[in-house]
Design a protein around this ligand. Structure first.
Ligand code: PBG
Length: 326
């Protein structure tokens, strides 16, 4: 009988040994918490398809910003839910619009102790639910939308965002936002580009989270899940246009692209662990089919192992709390 000479199991023999040789670590500072802040509300509202995630009031959001500082999170990514929507998404440009006042609240609460990030997209603010404005034939009009994004970026920076995150997948969006920010004196504002963003079924629960009015889909601007090389093209274009960091979204069906992007660029890479990825785990756990906490920790470490420096996750607070207890 012959015995193995190479025994990888030796390095798995105890918790202390496994801890010593772990290749990937998750730190609270690498986690960003996406948050929804609703206009004109006095009560927090649950999102049924995203157990544990809520539509915040401005007040409840303030407490969450403070908690994020306390836990040492990397940042918060804010989404605004306006009371009224219109075809132009004008609430996005209004300094008194919900996203902009929430950014100001966050900045007043945390100063520079936590990064305040703004989703830069019109879809929460348009009555048709698209990420850009429509032309007279009902198509998303790329170049008209760019002008609105440029203004939105400046308003967000003026409201207090350290980081603006264009997520609408319009061609040229990063370049126009960078130019507008610089022209308005916001050369320190960072752009985190949702560079490789796919038209994904896994955004389903997010649509409930933001009371989306979208009819149809986003397949003419978000990427086809069949295409990987195209992600690299998108990422390189965004960096050329001035992106400081790039994001791959969703995360779990696109771990290969997180790795490819990490290898292709030298800027920080983020990945967004999105609503549908949360919903699947929460639903399975609620049925007793999966160990919820282990599944969450495995997902986050896997996204990091694939190459993401930064992970956006609705579980950021929970994971950071767990890490602190270790
Ligand atoms: C667009 C945007 C979306 C998400 C973040 N920003 C939705 C979409 O593109 O349809 C999805 C986030 C999630 O599903 O958790 N502003």
């Amino acid at each position: 009988m012959s015995f193995p000479t190479d025994r990888p199991r030796r390095l798995r023999s105890s918790p202390a040994m496994r801890r010593l040789v772990a290749e990937t670590h998750v730190q609270p500072s690498q986690l960003v918490l996406p948050m929804f802040v609703a206009e004109g509300r006095t009560e927090v509202r649950a999102i049924s398809s995203m157990p544990g995630v809520v539509q915040h009031t401005r007040d409840s959001a303030r407490r969450a910003y403070a908690e994020a500082v306390e836990l040492g999170l990397g940042g918060v990514m804010l989404f605004g839910l306006p009371e009224r929507k219109d075809a132009q998404g004008s609430g996005a440009l209004d300094p008194d619009g919900i996203l902009n006042v929430a950014l100001a609240d966050a900045r007043a609460e945390v100063g520079d102790d936590l990064l305040v990030m703004a989703d830069l997209c019109l879809d929460e603010f348009t009555d048709h639910g698209h990420c850009g404005v429509l032309d007279d034939r009902g198509r998303v009009d790329n170049d008209t939308t760019l002008g609105l994004y440029a203004q939105m970026g400046v308003v967000q920076a003026e409201s207090g965002a350290h980081v603006v995150a264009p997520s609408g997948m319009m061609d040229g969006q990063v370049g126009v936002i960078r130019a507008a920010l610089d022209e308005a004196g916001h050369d320190e504002t960072v752009i985190l580009a949702y560079a490789a963003k796919y038209a994904s079924a896994f955004y389903g629960p997010f649509r409930e989270a933001v009371d989306s009015s979208l009819q149809g889909d986003r397949k003419t601007y978000q990427q086809d899940p069949a295409n990987g090389r195209e992600a690299i093209r998108e990422v390189l274009l965004d960096i050329e246009e001035g992106a400081d960091m790039v994001m791959v979204k969703p995360a779990l069906s696109y771990l290969d692209l997180i790795a490819d992007v990490r290898a292709a660029v030298d800027v920080p890479v983020a990945a967004y662990n999105i609503s549908g990825e949360l919903a699947m785990v929460e639903a399975a756990a609620a049925n007793g089919w999966i160990d919820r906490e282990r599944a969450i920790d495995e997902i986050i470490v896997s996204i990091r192992r694939a190459g993401a420096d930064v992970v956006l996750t609705y579980w950021a607070t929970e994971v950071a709390t767990r890490l602190r207890a270790q």
